[in-house]
Design a protein around this ligand. Structure first.
Ligand SMILES: NC(=O)c1ccc[n+]([C@@H]2O[C@H](COP(=O)([O-])OP(=O)(O)OC[C@H]3O[C@@H](n4cnc5c(N)ncnc54)[C@H](OP(=O)(O)O)[C@@H]3O)[C@@H](O)[C@H]2O)c1
Length: 260
């Protein structure tokens, strides 16, 4: 696929470049500063991609990048959600701009674009309750209206998915084309967090869900490279498995190491 990647200078975005190339995609990186991208990416990878400069708050610029480069998919990693409820980031404006640009581009081309967005783990449903994890953790709340916006859009208009990871850490500080894809490291599920321990204490009035959250918290750190691989391989498959869904991830390699 031809993929427009927003936020290519970020932690996840920079690792998406080799992952997308490994899965035979053409990459158009949309960045605020091409010189920053050049300083982060080895020349061998930089020479394989197209770079467009722009502001991700501008739906017009994103639409132009999509149409000029004939992209069929978009991955938005631009913007970082504010941690506390009283803080504000640019993410909501970026999110709206990407939604608007992908919607209009799809309509003009008469073919809906495939789009991966980023959310946070707080958007996932907490099994055994009617709540989402985020009801109990008042952090990264900017993801909530972003999800509401996606839920208001038919998947015939935008073939969207939203990845909802907890903390993502790097496996390697260097960015390079891997010899082979890092497969099998993630357990992935729609709507709910994979591997969630839904213990009986959840039935304790008021405190129960907090105890469940405490027992599960800290178990959901994943690797940036594995999340990049998930998106890149899904785009290569081109199926509908995650379309219209919020997607949770769990690092299965924790278990592999524990068994050794
Ligand atoms: N990292 C995690 O542990 C984690 C966990 C859960 C969810 N998430 C979500 O995943 C997404 C990616 O995370 P990350 O760690 O890769 O973020 P990051 O390292 O902060 O990267 C953010 C990227 O967005 C770009 N950006 C910001 N404003 C922009 C604008 N107006 N126009 C164009 N580009 C803009 C930045 O470009 P510049 O280089 O020019 O600043 C940077 O490339 C975020 O939405 C975050 O909330 C992250």
């Amino acid at each position: 696929m031809k993929v427009l990647l927003l936020g290519a200078t970020g932690n996840l975005g920079i690792r998406l470049i080799p992952a997308l190339l490994l899965h035979n995609h053409s990459v158009v990186a949309f960045v605020r500063s091409s010189s920053k991208l050049s300083s982060l990416l080895p020349p061998t990878l930089l020479s394989q991609i197209v770079v467009v400069e722009g502001d991700a708050k501008s739906s017009g610029s994103i639409k132009k990048a999509i149409l000029d480069n004939n992209c069929d998919a978009v991955v938005n990693t631009a913007g970082l959600a504010a941690l506390m409820p009283w803080q504000k980031s640019e993410l909501p404006r970026i999110f709206e701009a990407v939604v608007q640009a992908t919607k209009v581009s799809g309509m003009e081309r008469n073919k809906a674009l495939r789009v991966w967005f980023l959310g946070g783990m707080g958007l996932l449903d907490m099994p055994g309750t009617r709540s989402i994890v985020g009801d109990y953790l008042p952090i990264y709340r900017e993801h909530l209206p972003n999800l509401a916006l996606l839920n208001s859009i038919s998947t015939e208009t935008i073939r969207w998915s939203i990845l909802c990871p907890s903390v993502m850490t790097p496996r390697s500080s260097t960015v390079e084309l891997p010899m082979q894809a890092p497969t099998g490291n993630l357990i992935v599920s729609a709507t709910v967090p994979p591997h969630w321990k839904n213990v009986w204490v959840r039935k304790i009035p008021l405190l129960g869900p907090f105890i469940v959250l405490g027992l599960n918290a800290g178990q959901y750190t994943t690797k940036l490279e594995d999340n990049a691989e998930l998106i890149a391989s899904d785009l290569e498959k081109g199926g509908d498995e995650w379309v219209g869904k919020k997607v949770g991830v769990w690092d299965a390699s924790q278990e592999k190491h524990a068994k050794k």
